[in-house]
Ligand binder design. Structure first.
Ligand SMILES: [Zn+2]
Length: 249
């Protein structure tokens, strides 16, 4: 079977083999064994590292069984993403979100496209925090958890009409009135605007968004909180990513 794929994980096994986790355009998430990958001189050399984009040929008996990798052709190694520390850390956060949220053999071509978009933008030197925020927001949508960011989820009042906050449990906004008192602090208009635009823009235009530092900090806090709520777990690579990013500002 031939497919386009992104390497999400790579694990050494046996004498010279690798087991890689691939996110495939058609086949979804699969695990594949690459025999002799660690000593092969040409077949797989340097191709099976995390984040590489490949065209693969594999054999698989059942959709959830371990596949056997026959060939891998490099499509993009994302050289800047691989060598720039903040970009690499951002890529890791994205990779971990994917590893926790996509299941074996469930294809999701839109999420695949979004992932390619994120890796490409990191490689093109888009601000890593912006890439992570936009990836998170759009992936929630594709995973079936689109946050409601235009009006209060309880009374329906438009978010532009009164102060609002984000509520994890309803996955959307709660207004000051439904909250039963003032909000400390309410979500800023700048973040609301940016998030609403990012939800509705075509993917190929998303790189036009250039949110400022305040907006991106507030948005990332909200989005990471929601990601933890959805996944019911931490994203381990988050701490080092946010620590390095807060120092580099
Ligand atoms: Zn309300």
């Amino acid at each position: 079977m031939e497919d386009d794929a992104i390497v999400l994980n790579s694990l050494e096994t046996g004498e010279s083999d690798l087991i890689i986790t691939l996110f495939c355009y058609n086949a979804g998430r699969i695990s594949a064994i690459a025999r002799g990958a660690r000593n092969s001189k040409k077949r797989f050399v340097n191709k099976l590292e995390i984040f590489t984009r490949l065209h693969v040929d594999f054999k698989q008996k059942f959709s959830s069984s371990l596949a056997f990798l026959n060939e891998a052709e490099l499509n993009n190694i994302y050289p800047f993403l691989r060598t720039n520390y903040p970009a690499y850390l951002a890529g890791n956060v994205i990779r971990e979100l994917l590893l926790h949220s996509i299941r074996d053999a469930e294809s999701d071509s839109n999420l695949f496209r979004l992932t390619l978009w994120a890796l490409y933008q990191l490689d093109m030197r888009m601000a890593p925090r912006t890439v992570v925020a936009l990836f998170f927001l759009r992936s929630f949508d594709l995973l079936g958890y689109r946050p409601e960011l235009s009006c209060c989820t309880r009374c329906g009042a438009p978010a532009s009409s009164r102060p609002v906050r984000f509520d994890l449990h309803s996955g959307g906004l709660i207004c000051e009135v439904c909250n039963g008192g003032p909000l400390h602090p309410p979500l800023s208009g700048g973040s609301l605007n940016m998030l609403n635009m990012a939800q509705s823009m075509a993917l190929e235009h998303l790189d036009r968004l250039k949110p400022n530092s305040l907006v991106i900090n507030e948005s990332l806090r909200l989005l990471y909180g929601f990601a933890r709520h959805i996944l019911q777990r931490d994203i381990n690579s988050w701490n080092v990513f946010s620590a390095v990013m807060s120092k580099s500002r």
